[in-house]
Design a protein around this ligand. Structure first.
Ligand code: BG6
Length: 513
């Protein structure tokens, strides 16, 4: 039986916000890797759009640090080009750009070179005095993971950042780091140790851009702003949960990166497990950053470890067929571009409920969603059990992107004298309900870092629990390096082994999208 969508009326209120977002503090943002891919595609467009909407602090300046951009003029020209290509709002407002670009400065240097940090310090002081930013400094390390250690140590040695020792110093210095935060448990722990040597935990902002997405933030409002779902949110009512992040793109020129990283480190260890934590966590006692992070960390800690000898039963990996032809990829590569797994959370709420996770590149459709599959009816009133098995079960779907919304599948009588039961879908769509374009995740996260609000950033223990879960799987794959990997067709649904894993449990993946 296929479900036909039924639209429910959405009444949105324009009431007073329940909590007003704090104004971001005046500051100088220092962007390491300003000419890199992330800065061009995401960070500079995010800052420009914040400037366009008037959300940036009045006293704000940006210092771009890179090896290649030798002057502010050159850097501004390069960034203006990126905006044309990547800004979510087009065309670029030349008035806004004029003002924004006048706040951009450049320092050229090598990340390992202590001398470069002396130049950087001089430039920051000059810019601070001119822009009246009051000494607050936000450093964004948008660089390869290997640059993380030298840049952090050089920032300390040059006096550009100082350990706040438990307090929030004024003026403040904060550091944003990009994922991946380590490449396994040992390196993640080591990085946390290094970070805590240089900075207080309240000065470090570990980015997981998924947490900046409106629909991901809405998971908490959906769960704790409504009363009807929480009583059902447990093993008594939910049969299983599916979390999917499917991408249609391949590795897009990042072959060498993917060879090292693979999908488990790139997507599961961070984005997927963060989404899982928000869906599975216990209610926090308040919306304070640490209260929410305590609950997320507890959920991640409760993830049952899949031991190396169980990996082949609970985890399936795959590689899309065109991957080995991508630049930077070995012709016999075993890097996984797809992974599917069966995970369990060992606590009272979720005991025995499988959480099926899948993530992959080169799939037929781009979709990120979470679906909660409720248990089937306990007794069949309409004839034989086989008849009732045709009644589709209730599925609650949180569509995180691209067609953002929430839907619930319910059974309904099909009009007519015979008793026929069909599935219908109640559907809420963000774009229909709200006439507001959602900001890009990076816009929200940059502002939050300027406000000192770490709610949407991962804390050290969350990162380590996530690595604890991923490590045995990585280990097993590492040990099996002479084995083969299932190959799936680019543009398809992933390897058939993934379907088989669910079929063995008597279940099926939802079709993509
Ligand atoms: C990044 C990964 O973190 O997230 C990329 O490194 C992936 O491989 C990207 O493509 C997906 O982000 P989004 O916001 O497009 O879902």
């Amino acid at each position: 039986m296929s479900n036909s969508p039924v639209h429910i009326g959405t009444k949105t209120t324009s009431a007073q916000p329940l909590a007003m977002a704090r104004k971001p503090d005046s500051c100088v943002a220092v962007l390491f890797g300003v000419t890199g891919d992330l800065a061009r595609r995401k960070l500079i467009p995010a800052l420009y759009n914040l400037a366009a909407s008037g959300a940036l602090p009045e006293n704000f300046a940006l210092v771009g640090f890179s090896r290649s951009a030798k002057s502010a003029e050159e850097l501004r020209e390069r960034l203006r080009q990126s905006l044309g290509e990547f800004s979510r709002t087009q065309p670029i407002d030349e008035e806004v750009w004029k003002d924004f670009s006048s706040r951009i400065h450049a320092v050229a240097g090598n990340i390992d070179d202590p001398e470069a940090y002396k130049n950087l310090a001089r430039e920051i002081e000059r810019v601070e005095a001119a822009a009246g930013t009051g000494g607050n400094r936000l450093f964004y390390l948008s660089t390869p993971a290997s640059a993380f250690k030298p840049s952090l140590l050089n920032l300390r040695e040059s006096g550009l950042v100082k350990h706040a020792f438990g307090s929030e110093a004024s003026p403040w210095s904060r550091v944003i780091v990009e994922k991946p935060f380590g490449h396994d448990l040992a390196s993640g722990v080591e990085l946390n140790r290094l970070v805590h040597e240089v900075l207080d935990e309240n000065q470090i902002y570990r980015i997981d851009h998924y947490l900046g997405k409106e629909t991901v933030q809405n998971i908490l409002v959906f769960r704790f702003g409504n009363t009807i779902f929480e009583p059902l949110w447990n093993r008594n009512h939910i049969d299983h949960v599916q979390i999917t992040m499917a991408e249609s793109i391949g590795v897009e020129g990042r072959g060498a990166f993917y060879e090292e990283t693979g999908v488990l480190r790139d997507i599961v260890q961070n984005h997927l497990l963060q989404v899982l934590a928000l869906c599975a966590m216990e209610p926090p006692v308040s919306m304070e950053a640490d209260e929410i992070r305590n609950m997320k960390a507890q959920a991640l800690r409760s993830l049952r470890r899949i031991n190396a000898h169980e990996v082949d039963t609970h985890v399936v990996r795959g590689q899309y067929d065109a991957y080995r032809g991508e630049p930077g990829v070995q012709s016999d590569s075993l890097a996984a571009t797809y992974v599917a797994m069966r995970a369990y959370i060992d606590n009272w709420r979720w005991q025995g409920v499988p959480f099926y996770l899948r993530a992959g590149k080169g799939l037929g459709k781009r979709v990120t969603e979470v679906s909660f599959h409720f248990k089937s009816i306990p007794f069949c009133l309409y004839g034989d059990r086989e008849v009732c098995q045709l009644i589709p079960g209730n599925v609650l779907k949180l569509r995180l992107q691209p067609d953002e919304g929430i839907s619930i599948d319910i059974a309904s009588k099909i009009p007519g004298e015979d008793l026929s039961v069909g599935g219908v879908t109640m559907d809420f769509s963000y774009s229909e309900a709200f006439d507001k374009q959602a900001p890009e995740a990076y816009e929200r996260l940059l502002l939050d870092a300027m406000r000192g609000d770490a709610t949407l950033f991962a804390r050290h223990d969350e990162v380590e629990h996530s690595w604890q879960f991923c490590d045995p799987i990585l280990q097993r794959w590492q040990d099996s390096k002479f084995e083969s990997i299932p190959i799936y067709e680019k543009g398809g649904m992933g390897p058939s082994e993934s379907d088989l894993m669910l079929a063995r449990d008597g279940r099926r993946w939802l079709p993509l999208g």
